[in-house]
Write a protein that binds this ligand. Sequence first.
Ligand code: SF4
Length: 449
Amino acid sequence: MARIPKIGFVSLGCPKALVDSERILTTLRAEGYEVVPTYEAADVVVVNTCGFIDAAVDESLDAIGEALEHNGKVIVTGCLGARPERILERHPHVLKVTGPHAYEEVVGAVHEHLPPAHDPFMDLVPPQGVRLTPRHYAYLKIAEGCNNKCSFCIIPDMRGRLVSRPIDEVLREAERLVNAGVKELLVISQDTSAYGVDLKYRKGQWRGTARETRLIDLARGLGELGAWVRMHYVYPYPHVDEVIPLMQERRILPYLDIPFQHGSQSVLKRMKRPAHAVDTLDRIHAWRRECPDLTLRSTFIVGFPGETEAEFEELLQWLTEAQLDRVGCFKYSPVQGAAANALADPVPPGVQEERHARFMEHARVISAQRLKRRVGQTIKVLVDGHEGRTALARSEADAPEIDGIVRISSGASLRPGDFAQVKVTGADAYDLQAKLVSPPGTGLASAED
Ligand code: SF4
């Protein structure tokens, strides 16, 4: 029997990069490559890099260096690969550099340096592909690239303009994942609200019905699968209103991850954010009237060039009114090649630091107040794992990795991927404590059960 070729894989960056990694690995596994966990065991190492901010660039360059040191045969892909000169100037001996979502090129480079062994017994791959996330949740990438021009971001330069995946292809992939045991689908792209614009909302057939490649049809289709469906990277365009009733009916989770980035219209304008002129507070209030359980998560940037104390105060005031459930906050840092680098009046690091701390404290108080309201409620959770006898789970309001957790005392009988009903017994600023009220069920989500 031919020797099995072995691949090492380092995946850095955001969930979108993770999906790229999964696609590459799925292809390689299907071709009979084995994925191994150490540099030493690998014949070739693929490093999927991130180039979003300078800290991520450094981390990627270090990871390439480590792979070269311990293995020597390294193929680089991902966002940083869109700027090969940055890689080659520090690591001239990498075998190949490709940009993001260059699946075929990466696989081609692997073939060149480590040909596949053709063995029908090794050419098997699970129907859902190979995933790096736990078995019970999966990211579903619906599009690549972005048509916006936010001044702090170079993703459109690196990943190109929006390219949506046709709706039938996305829904078929989602169906395969659910059939393979996935309980939660996390919909991602750079701009989920723009889904289908590039395809002029082209129709596709799925389950005997014509569906348009657009957000509402995607939400309806995914809602038929019986899994939790969570929407990320949505912008507050008017047509997002259409999906709120599906959330209220629990066809999809009442959860929206919207990167608002700021609450001051003048800063948003300088950031060149999509929908910067929209009155987002009005929209949020209308959504909550229609779907009171809606969880809103967002990220913000403080210390953007020219941000005045008044504009920062406006942001805090906006946050008070918006009552967001979950927020993340970054201090602005220049990214090589971004238009915002040319803006006047950079905010000194000390002021950035101070605003970041004030923002986080403000958000912490809001989060704690909102979570306190959950105490005494019975909620449905999805179990992720354990810490001793305590089960660690998530509610409808918690995306994996980035939001809070629900700690279930005496939850040792629960298994990852179980749904369970729990009664909330306590809350802190970000997490909930709960006790089990119903035996674990692996049945899929509906709001009432
Ligand atoms: S929406 Fe803005 S921040 Fe997001 S990827 Fe597009 S250009 Fe970058």
